[in-house]
Design a protein around this ligand. Structure first.
Ligand code: ZN
Length: 312
């Protein structure tokens, strides 16, 4: 269903010319209405609620419930021809979803169902190290999941699938993102570990100092389970940590614990640059993937949730 220039069979219920809906069994019982699939997905973080002006909004109902918002589909020119992009603000368009209540499974499923096999994931992050400064960008290559209680897998049985997650992010997509960030003039850390906490509160000084002592670089509230869910569906995923602040335990004299307003303001100030980097990445992607991310699925696909399985 992912031919870049072809179409895919998914069921659609048109609402108006710029707003369409995909039925609740999307991805489970394909029907005849045809829609051109997208190539790449983008999750918008805090402060990034729109990517392009000329979009078609598609409402996707997934087996896991609704995603955070209607998905904005657009098409931009690229080195390999036009590329179709699906943008989804993970906190909702009004930032009404805190990180622990985001329906990550619905979000990832929706973009995958629309055809996305690569997902860019900018995310606001705090620095855990004194040499990583607000305004810097970090392309994550490792992740430590400190969240709990979030639905974190598509494989709830009967099919069991233990996907490889030693390297949680796509190496090719990471290098492309890093190159475009450097080209944009940003201060870029091309590797680093993101520790993911539930939030929504920020860390205590002791928690933050412990994370720093482990040698981890940045802290965030949304990369888990997002990255793992992408891996389970064979999606290339790359997280661009947008450093908005020093976390509470960073040993810098006079550094006060971060506030919500400071994070939002810092992220918003960096948005023009982040948007430019994302557009640059999209425009430079090859049509075909040159990585092994798809093989991580072990050739298995998730079972439909039980409440959507038909009789018999
Ligand atoms: Zn990949």
């Amino acid at each position: 269903m992912t031919s870049p220039s072809g179409s895919t069979d998914i069921s659609l219920r048109p609402i108006d010319p710029t707003r369409r809906a995909v039925s609740p069994d999307a991805g489970l019982s394909p029907r005849a209405t045809r829609v051109t699939p997208v190539d790449v997905g983008v999750f918008g973080g805090s402060g990034l609620y729109e990517l392009f002006d000329d979009v078609e909004h598609v409402e996707v109902a997934t087996p896991y419930g609704p995603p955070s918002a209607p998905i904005a589909v657009s098409e931009i020119p690229s080195d390999g021809g036009a590329i179709r992009v699906a943008f989804l603000p993970r906190h909702g368009r009004r930032h009404h979803l805190p990180p622990h209540l985001i329906n990550y499974r619905a979000n990832v499923w929706a973009l995958h169902h629309l055809g996305a096999r690569r997902i860019l994931s900018p995310c606001a992050s705090g620095s855990l190290q004194p040499d990583i400064h607000p305004g810097d960008l970090l392309v994550c290559d490792q992740l430590v999941d400190r969240t709990s209680g979030r639905p974190s897998t598509f494989f709830d049985g009967p099919t069991v699938n233990h996907v490889s997650f030693g390297d949680p992010y796509c190496p090719h997509l990471r290098s492309t993102v890093a190159a475009r960030a450097v080209a944009a003039g940003a201060t870029v850390h091309s590797t680093g570990t993101v520790v993911v906490i539930d939030g929504p509160r920020f860390s205590t000084r002791a928690e933050s100092a412990w994370y720093r002592a482990q040698g981890w670089q940045v802290i965030n509230m949304t990369q888990a389970p997002e990255a793992a869910l992408c891996r389970e569906l064979g999606i290339c995923h790359s997280a661009l940590a947008v450093v908005t602040d020093y976390d509470a335990g960073v040993d810098r004299p006079g550094t006060a614990p971060v506030t919500q307003d400071e994070v939002y303001a810092a992220f918003a100030a960096m948005m023009p640059q982040i948007r430019g980097i994302i557009v640059g990445v999209l425009a430079s992607l090859d049509r075909e993937r040159a990585c092994d991310c798809d093989a991580a699925t072990n050739g298995l696909t998730p079972d439909p949730p039980h409440d959507l399985v038909g009789p018999g």
